[in-house]
Ligand binder design. Structure first.
Ligand code: PBG
Length: 334
């Protein structure tokens, strides 16, 4: 068989890369503001905010400041926020009972944001780590994170968060059977339309370090989370996790961390064709910022490149602490 290019000259891949207009025409993936979910940290101050030391540019917001942040996000076109609380240490106990406080920080913030900015999506999380005295995501008994008792508690928490106005309940604690239990509890409470974002493939990762400072579990965590988060060496197991979460009626599935796990995103998207989210976690954020501070990365380009990589892998949306900055950048270029 004769190849036309062999006759006329040679295959030149670079023809399509000559000009910016030409590159735009052949571009396969595009990051838009619609792809962004902004995770924000909450604190119990009555007003204002405070910096998270390990995440330059990231703040913990009082409820009042969170409302302002939500307004800003909405004006930038960001579809949704995900909230994570940093509560007083003396409210934390072995079972994370403060997750059931209907007037707790998460629920206060949801109510206040929903009242002021009704059209921004609110994603809350039922994991127990912000509420436990040991920093684990579940109830600790005799050195073991007990599965079913934790699931019972977080299903109750899901209803309380939905009562406060959360649109999507996420579960980042990787207990078995939690999606089905949360679905049943939500339905029984009349919250049939509240969605569930399952942290389907959440890995026992080193990249969560700065987050633990942000919610104040860095000093408290005893041991590690390898008996419930996934082993970074596994891929097939993520498919089995996804099968279960989908069977239990998860509305979206997620992979976390992000960049080191693009293969998992691609595989889950190809296999299940579900809305698939990625979490560009705190360590990924802080690495890019550190590269900028040290002068060896162009931060803006690194951010856009990393987020475009999630799109290329097949992610429908990305949780990223860069969300407002990216929304600003995208507004300037389009
Ligand atoms: C645990 C949870 C983690 C993150 C959010 N919720 C991981 C952990 O501390 O084990 C990490 C988010 C990040 O690093 O940005 N429920």
């Amino acid at each position: 068989m004769t190849n036309v290019d062999d006759i006329t000259g040679s295959r030149r891949m670079r023809r399509n890369r000559r000009f910016e207009w030409q590159r735009r025409l052949v571009r396969e993936n595009r990051l838009t503001t619609d792809d962004l979910i902004w995770p924000i940290f909450l604190c119990e101050h009555t007003s204002g905010s405070e910096p998270v030391d390990l995440m330059p540019g990231v703040e913990r917001y009082s409820v009042e400041a969170a409302v302002d942040a939500a307004k800003r996000a909405f004006d930038l076109g960001i579809p949704a926020l995900a909230t994570f609380p940093n509560i007083a240490i003396d409210k934390r106990d072995a079972t994370g009972s403060a997750v059931l406080d209907a007037d707790g920080l998460i629920n206060q913030a949801t109510r206040a944001i929903k009242a002021a900015v009704p059209d921004i999506g609110i994603i809350t999380d039922v994991a127990l780590d912000p509420f436990t005295s040991h920093g684990h995501d579940g109830i600790l008994r005799d050195g073991i994170i007990v599965n079913d008792e934790t699931v019972e508690q977080i299903a109750k928490a899901a209803v309380i968060q939905a009562d406060a106005g959360a649109d999507i309940i996420s579960c980042s604690e990787m207990m078995d059977g939690r999606v089905g239990a949360i679905r049943a509890a939500l339905n029984a409470a009349g919250h049939n339309d509240v969605a569930i974002l399952a942290y389907t493939a959440k890995y026992a990762s080193a990249f969560y370090g700065p987050y633990r400072e942000a919610i104040g579990t860095d000093q408290m965590l005893k041991g590690d989370k390898r008996t419930y988060f996934m082993d970074p060496a596994n891929t097939d197991e993520a498919l089995r996790e996804a099968e279960l979460d989908i069977a239990e009626a998860a509305d979206m599935i997620m992979v976390k961390p992000g960049m080191p796990y693009l293969d998992i995103i691609a595989r889950l998207k190809a296999e299940f064709a579900m809305p698939t989210f990625a979490y560009q976690v705190s360590g990924e954020y802080s690495m890019i910022m550190a590269g900028g501070e040290k002068g060896f990365l162009d931060v803006d380009r690194a951010i856009l490149e990393s987020l475009t990589a999630f799109k290329r892998a097949g992610a429908d949306a990305v949780l990223t602490y860069f969300a407002p900055k990216v929304a600003q950048m995208l507004a300037q270029t389009t």
